[in-house]
Design a protein around this ligand. Structure first.
Ligand SMILES: [Fe+2]
Length: 486
């Protein structure tokens, strides 16, 4: 097997089962568009499944044979699977950001990114990591937005995947604003809430409210104690919850003068404490600040209110989990095992400040928690994750699981040796279906064929493969996905 444009020394996928996933990091083809007909599909697309499955992720992780410094630096490529009338129309396109366009032209690194600096000294690195538009994706208010927390969202055309440029919501977002990869859709109002770490003399989190029509109707700033890493938040019926973990620069001047990379200079600093900010959805006012024992995490799952308590589920990482994930993300072509954690439930009393922490049952180490989005902010029983099971090739996410938080058990679907996956998403069978009655959609990459497929699994038993939609290309291992009904 040959791997295009990848350091040959580092790549020997099938000689080392721990590295069988490596070919899934090779660069994607741009601007693909074709149809997979019903007779090509293994199984049958359910009649009641109709919509567009959306995927985003780094799909070019190297240039001219030289790997980027970190997985976060790969150029974003959007893949859409339009599921309709028993068939699927597939389309892909890189997001044509300045980073992608200029570095494609030069076939060399031109911009500072998270894991590497631009050549040319500190004058060439006087900016945040270049926007790779590679992290997440949402279709809201008639706009398809690719999300990258270090910059503005980039908009694409849902039908053609043409890049339409940075989205400012009619100027409400400014050039230096950031917009996270993890906004939350309020199921009752249709509003979309997002946030971004604010630049300036005092650390803050900028808060944004986008109407169902796609306009920014409110914006505010929440002062915080320390500038820190905050990738995700959570939302209840009435509140936003920010758990700001103490991951920060060890020596900001070295980063400023490009004597170090951003990635290498970041460190978990538990001695600085970890605060939880609870913000009212109605006016973005601060309702309560709590303190929690510091821990590392990237993603939270669902969150809801029970009396004075907020219940929030988080994929908590140990220090060792975090180190494993960081090392993996720096060495995609030679390191096994990405970040995983343990689904953990926090109960936070916003009257007394009391916080209880409980590890939830989990069959396998996992990440990328998902739930039934109709119930965001309401109690949920099930969380779905991508994880790593101990089959013959456990070097990357190779399974999905459903954690039944009520029964205290987990159901694992093993993708099989040499077959890998990324974040799954739950799609209810129909608008009236009860929680858990529906489909789990996720992309599977097969290292044997070097091709990908869209898997549709029965979420009610996590075992029945309802349909597998074969692609004629691979979808590189990615981050987040979404679904928009037709
Ligand atoms: Fe994320």
């Amino acid at each position: 097997m040959t791997i295009n444009n990848v350091n040959e020394q580092a790549v020997s996928p099938w000689s080392d089962p721990q590295l069988a996933h490596v070919s899934g990091f090779r660069t994607a083809e741009d601007n693909l568009a074709y149809e997979i007909t019903a007779d090509e599909i293994r199984g049958k697309i359910p009649d009641d499944l109709c919509g567009i499955f959306l995927r985003n992720g780094p799909a070019r992780n190297e240039l001219a044979g030289k790997p980027f410094g970190h997985w976060f630096d790969g150029d974003g490529c959007v893949h859409t699977f339009r599921i309709e009338n028993g068939g699927v129309k597939y389309r892909s396109s890189f997001v044509k950001t300045p980073k992608y366009v200029e570095e494609t032209r030069a076939q060399a690194v031109k911009f500072r990114s998270y894991g590497h600096n631009a050549p040319g000294g500190f004058l060439k690195n006087l900016h945040m990591p270049a926007n790779a538009a590679n992290t997440s994706i949402i279709h809201h208010g008639g706009k398809l937005l690719t999300l990258f927390e270090g910059g503005l969202p980039w908009r694409m055309d849902l039908d053609t995947l043409a890049t339409l440029g940075p989205e400012t919501f009619d100027g409400a977002l400014k050039k230096m604003d950031t917009f996270s990869a993890h906004g939350k859709l309020h199921p009752r109002t249709g509003d979309y809430f997002n946030f971004g770490m604010g630049m300036g003399a005092r650390p803050k989190i900028n808060l944004y409210k986008i109407s169902p029509q796609g306009s920014m109707v409110a914006r505010s700033a929440l002062p915080i104690d320390q500038m820190a890493f905050c990738h995700d938040n959570a939302m209840t019926e009435n509140y936003l919850v920010f758990m700001v973990m103490p991951v920060n620069f060890t020596n900001p001047l070295k980063v400023l003068f490009a004597r170090d990379t951003i990635d290498n200079n970041m460190e978990f600093q538990p001695e600085h404490g970890m605060k939880v900010y609870v913000v009212s959805l109605s006016d973005f006012s601060l309702v309560r600040t709590l303190e929690v024992d510091p821990f590392m995490f990237a993603h939270s799952s669902n969150c809801w209110e029970e009396g004075d308590e907020l219940v929030i589920d988080v994929v908590a990482m140990s220090a060792q989990d975090g180190e494993i994930g960081t090392r993996f993300s720096r060495n995609l072509f030679s390191q096994p095992r990405p970040a995983t954690g343990q689904l953990t439930r926090f109960r936070m009393n916003i009257k007394t400040g009391q916080i209880n922490r409980e590890v939830l049952p989990s069959g396998i180490p996992s990440e990328f928690p998902q739930w039934d989005w109709r119930l965001t902010g309401s109690p949920t029983r099930y969380t779905y994750t991508a994880g790593i099971c101990e089959n013959e090739t456990p070097g990357f996410y190779n399974a999905v699981q459903r954690v039944d938080c009520q029964a205290g058990e987990a159901s694992v679907y093993d993708c099989g040796p040499g077959r890998y996956t990324s974040e799954p998403i739950f799609v209810p069978r129909n608008a009236e279906a009860v929680e858990g009655d529906g489909y789990l959609l996720f992309v599977v990459y097969d290292a044997g064929s070097e091709l990908s497929e869209l898997m549709i699994l029965d979420a009610s038993n996590m075992a029945d493969e309802i349909a597998s939609v074969p692609l004629r290309n691979h979808v590189p291992h990615g981050f987040h996905c979404g679904f928009t009904p037709l």
